[in-house]
Design a protein around this ligand. Structure first.
Ligand SMILES: Nc1ncnc2c1ncn2[C@@H]1O[C@H](COP(=O)(O)OP(=O)(O)O)[C@@H](O)[C@H]1O
Ligand SMILES: Cc1ncsc1CCOP(=O)(O)O
Ligand SMILES: [Mg+2]
Length: 298
């Protein structure tokens, strides 16, 4: 992993020391993580797809970060070099976009900028498989997020990725996520009804979120940039992934409960969800410890 230094002093919550291999669950304080984000206002460069780019920018801002979406080969290295976090999302990647993502990722690695990769649609076509393979082989990825189908496809398990959607059953998703972490060196977030956060040694399930999130295009992409924001402000990539994943799910629940306005369907739910992201730090933020469980994986 590339890791990053903490020159500004905004470390955020720690607690992963007892996590790997000891049966423990990291003691991650969500309020401290949100305060670290607010304090640092991390600049996040997202090289992302044409479908959800605006939502990704807004979610960056609503968590307290600063979004920029440089995807020009001439400047992306400079922009990532002055950023606090970088997201590479291959949802609509082109031939030139593939090179731009690699340029951005290398700049992140060289400067110790936390790097998040979302291999959208890997498993659907040979081109996406090849691009994803280059990203995880050539780059040191701190956090990798994908839906169950994408994470399974990355490790060669049976997967059904139709376009960018995960379909089918994934009974072994925790084991696939750990295998993916071993293959990539990243902390892996496998998203679905229950999110799995995995390291090379172990896996955790994060019980937060709402089924309405699955009805909105872009919730995976917005999770990716959420992870970049938290990785920029929280020292440890596992703590960042757990806090970011839990915070994101809690926002989804608050939106579904109507805490940020009534919704009538997926479109108005998306608006309520975005408001919930913006308002989560001021809403009562419950202890996330009881949302995170360790899963035994062989
Ligand atoms: N049925 C569900 N119940 C709870 N949360 C869900 C559900 N479906 C999706 N989510 C949440 O939506 C977000 C995106 O997940 P997912 O739909 O798997 O990604 P993608 O949009 O990339 O396919 C994650 O935070 C996930 O927890
Ligand atoms: C539909 C689509 N096609 C290419 S990228 C994209 C958006 C995918 O968003 P998400 O992975 O968050 O569902
Ligand atoms: Mg996705």
């Amino acid at each position: 992993m590339s890791g990053h230094d903490d020159a500004d002093g905004a470390g955020g919550p720690g607690g992963s020391d007892d996590a790997p291999g000891t049966g423990g669950v990291p003691d991650v304080a969500l309020d401290e993580a949100l305060a670290a984000v607010a304090g640092e206002q991390p600049l996040i460069n997202s090289v992302t797809n044409d479908v959800t780019v605006n939502d990704v920018a807004n979610v960056t801002l609503y968590w307290g970060g600063l979004p920029v979406m440089s995807d020009d080969e001439r400047e992306v290295g400079d922009m990532v070099g002055i950023a606090d976090g970088c997201l590479l999302n291959m949802g609509t990647v082109s031939e030139s976009g593939e090179e731009t993502m690699l340029t951005a990722g290398r700049a992140a690695n060289e400067r110790g900028v936390p790097l998040v990769v979302d291999p959208v649609g890997v498993g659907a076509t040979p081109t996406r498989d090849r691009v994803a393979d280059r990203l995880v082989t050539d780059l040191d990825v701190d956090v990798l997020n994908g839906n169950y189908g994408e994470i399974s496809a990355l490790v060669g398990d049976d997967a059904e990725v139709r376009g960018v959607e995960s379909v089918g059953e994934y009974a072994e998703i925790a084991a696939a996520a750990v295998e993916c972490a071993r293959k990539t060196g990243a902390v892996v977030v496998a998203s679905g009804e229950t999110d799995i956060v995995a390291t090379e040694e172990t896996a955790f399930e994060v019980d937060a979120g709402h089924s309405m999130m699955g009805a909105v295009v872009g919730t995976g992409c917005m999770l990716g940039v959420t992870l970049a924001v938290f990785a920029a402000a929280v020292d440890d990539p596992l703590d960042a992934a757990l806090a970011g994943t839990a915070a994101y799910g809690l926002a989804g629940e608050l939106a579904a409960e109507g805490a940020f306005g009534d919704y009538r369907g997926p479109a108005s739910y998306k608006i309520a969800f975005l408001d919930a992201v913006a308002g989560l730090a001021d809403a009562s933020t419950p202890d996330i410890a009881d949302r995170i469980d360790r899963i035994e994986v062989r």
